[in-house]
Design a binder for this molecule. Structure first.
Ligand code: GLY
Length: 369
């Protein structure tokens, strides 16, 4: 005899949270946490570049509000997104006596956000965390939506969890100290939002290249806010990345392979730019997208000084693509624009298969274009 006892968990969790955006917001995080606490004690996790710039300041601010907090630093760079670093952080959290009522504050770019979020997801079976993104890329993308991960030697983000932050504080003034190359890298994700979701926003970017590049406050605020709103809508519709959320990964399948092949020397957004040219071209060849729109996308990418091409060995590239998480039953899956501002779907599914033969054929042609 088999008895079935159902454990019902439907609708138990409310994972909603606020994304706060404002110039100078970093200063008011301590007082906001005093008014609206997330934990009884906080560990600010940051990297070696940000410790002196913002980490110490945030810690001082927290202490001034009599909030129990400590500061933990990891080396800057993608190499820190590893299981070894998760172990290091867990040990530091234990050393600093954080417990289940404590929270992590991830102060940094995508590496710090992903690493800290993943650590929070497993520390004592999960403690809350807050995102304080300091790069454009993290402010418009990785700090929102609860994707946390570390890399393995096989590829990017292969170990991780969906684990939403409890709050996101976005202070665009932090971008003033960001190296220009890093800022421009973040613009790739902003262009992506225009291509996948919002034609008007794409056109806004076309009209405001120079002002955005010179960090005009109003324009910068607008692009961050719009990107957050687009990301919020997509994540609300598909939080667990079962279908629609894949559109946020436009250009990312080739990008992740290129990043790995470059030994992570190219920045994520640079790889995404090249990846959007590649994925967009495949969209054109498969008949989803018009070539003039593909060219228009590439023109915008170039106008921000982002790369469209990278040298790579085709066979190595194809082999590396197979480590992508979008793979389904051994078949490579891509997402494709059908017009600027809208993604293609087949029978309601956004991930579209591409055979290795198609890929070889299309990529060989792309080399001449
Ligand atoms: N960065 C892609 C996503 O959050 O789904």
């Amino acid at each position: 005899m088999v008895e079935s006892i159902r454990l019902n968990l439907q609708g138990v969790l409310d994972e909603s949270y606020d994304i706060l955006i404002g110039y100078g917001l970093l200063e008011s995080i301590p007082s906001d946490l005093k008014r609206n606490p997330i934990g009884r004690k906080y560990a600010v996790i940051t990297d070696s570049n940000l410790r002196d710039l913002y980490g110490e300041k945030l810690l001082r601010g927290l202490k001034k509000e009599n909030i129990n907090a400590c500061l933990i630093t990891v080396p800057a760079g993608e190499e820190s997104k590893s299981l070894d670093m998760v172990k290091y952080l867990a040990e530091k959290l234990l050393e600093n006596k954080l417990d289940r009522k404590s929270a992590i504050i991830a102060l940094g770019g995508g590496v710090i956000g992903d690493l800290s979020g993943f650590t929070a997801s497993i520390f004592m079976r999960g403690i809350p965390y807050i995102q304080v993104p300091t790069t454009l890329l993290a402010q418009v993308d990785s700090s929102i939506g609860g994707k946390t991960a570390v890399d393995t030697k096989e590829g990017k983000n292969l170990l991780g969890a969906f684990y939403q932050p409890k709050r996101v504080y976005i202070d665009p003034s932090l971008l003033k100290t960001l190296p220009e190359r890093e800022f421009i890298s973040g613009i790739a994700e902003v262009i992506k939002y225009g291509v996948i979701y919002d034609r008007g926003f794409f056109e806004y970017l076309e009209r405001n290249v120079d002002e955005i590049r010179s960090l005009n406050e109003e324009k910068l605020y607008h692009i961050i806010r719009t990107s957050c709103l687009i990301k919020k809508s997509v994540v609300e519709e598909d939080p667990r990345d079962e279908n629609k959320r894949a559109i946020l990964n436009y250009g990312h399948t080739p990008a992740h392979a290129l990043e790995r092949l470059s030994g992570y020397k190219c920045l994520h957004g640079e790889a995404v730019s090249v990846g959007m040219r590649i994925s967009g071209w495949i969209a054109v060849k498969k008949g989803f997208w018009r070539i003039d729109e593909w060219k228009r996308q590439n023109k915008l990418i170039e106008s921000f000084g982002l790369p469209l091409r990278m040298e790579f060995n085709l066979e190595e590239f194809i082999k590396t693509l197979y480590y992508d998480k979008k793979i389904e039953e051994g078949v490579l899956m891509f997402v494709f624009p059908k017009r600027i501002g809208e993604m293609a779907s087949i029978n309601g599914r956004y991930k579209i298969p591409v055979s290795e033969e198609e890929l070889r054929l299309f990529l060989a042609e792309l080399a001449d274009i």
